[in-house]
Ligand binder design. Structure first.
Ligand SMILES: NC(=O)c1ccc[n+]([C@@H]2O[C@H](COP(=O)([O-])OP(=O)(O)OC[C@H]3O[C@@H](n4cnc5c(N)ncnc54)[C@H](O)[C@@H]3O)[C@@H](O)[C@H]2O)c1
Length: 283
């Protein structure tokens, strides 16, 4: 079985920065790649802050903090992007992801394992025309990646079973709870959770209740975060794109129709916490 020593995380946004932190904390040599230098700088600052918080809480020693930080390399140079395992967390777009995987395959070859953190794009469709489909699978972390325990390991039609075993082991090394599933629209959690977001937006759109009320009621009912706060954390563009992909993949059932309330926000560039404004204002 392939031994993973180095992990390349592609995309240093909401998910990628957290996955890179987790990877380095778990002892892997980590490379964080993004096309955007400002995003990389922000990710580096975020990781430093989070590691310092862990040290202040006594969760890691000062030496471990330093060693963890030193295990991470930040780059916007694709030529440096070589590792035993690739975890791709770039924008939710099939063509862009495929293009990156093809470039990475040419650089890394047939031994590397290629995993996508996609929330909703079919793993089989991403593996189509990919040079090493047997080395390809889904590894779906939840937001915030360093905290959320669940990781869905998604087996594509051509994924080699040993690749799935390696991904399960890596997730365990990261102190996560891996759950295997087959490729299906929305996998498990995003399929089930669609109604949490869509029904809440539908009710607000119809004037039954306000955004703040919906969040307060569901939090009082035991959910950790109300749907609107959660969508702002996830990113409205990401959440809207997942809704569209799941809806289309299931032949557009009315009960899963994406919300125009969300569409308007996405088109206005109000994407949630990451842009300072979404359903709530963070500025
Ligand atoms: N946001 C969430 O809660 C969440 C949860 C689980 C999974 N995901 C999935 O993770 C992936 C990333 O989501 P996110 O919320 O972190 O997005 P994001 O918008 O915060 O970050 C995406 C990053 O990808 C970079 N990028 C775009 N094209 C690139 C390329 N060709 N090469 C390198 N970098 C590139 C962008 O510069 C950006 O920094 C998506 O597939 C999404 O579905 C998101």
């Amino acid at each position: 079985m392939a031994e993973i020593q180095s992990i390349l995380v592609c995309g240093a946004g909401t998910m990628g920065a957290g996955i890179a932190q987790l990877s380095a904390v778990s002892g892997y040599r980590t490379l964080l790649f993004d096309l955007s230098s400002p995003v990389l700088i922000r990710a580096e600052q975020q990781i430093i802050t989070q590691l310092n918080k862990l040290e202040e809480k006594g969760a890691i020693s000062a030496e471990a903090n330093k060693a963890t930080y030193e295990r991470i390399q930040f780059t916007s140079n694709l030529d440096l992007c070589k590792a035993d395992l690739v975890i791709e967390a770039i924008i939710e777009n099939v063509a862009v992801k495929k293009d990156l995987f093809n470039k990475l395959a040419a650089l890394n070859g047939s031994k590397t394992i290629y995993a996508s953190n996609t929330s909703s794009i079919s793993i089989n469709s991403l593996a189509e025309e990919f040079m090493y489909p047997h080395q390809f699978a889904g590894m779906h972390f939840f937001n915030p990646a360093p905290i959320m325990k669940l990781v869905e390991i998604i087996q594509g039609e051509h994924s080699d079973p040993t690749v799935i075993t390696v991904l399960v082991e890596v997730a365990k090394q990261m102190k996560k709870t891996p759950v295997r599933c087959n490729d299906a629209p929305g996998f498990i959690v995003n399929r089930v959770a669609r109604h949490y977001y869509l029904e809440a937006m539908y009710m607000v759109e119809k004037g039954y209740l306000a955004i703040e009320e919906a969040d307060a009621i569901l939090e009082a009912a035991g959910f950790k975060m109300g749907p609107f706060k959660l969508m702002d954390l996830i990113g409205l563009d990401v959440n809207y794109s997942v809704s569209n992909i799941v809806w289309e993949a299931l032949q557009k059932p009315k009960r899963l129709m994406p919300s125009s309330l969300q569409k308007v926000k996405v088109e206005a560039g109000d994407l949630g916490k990451k842009t300072g404004k979404g359903f709530y204002n963070y500025l």
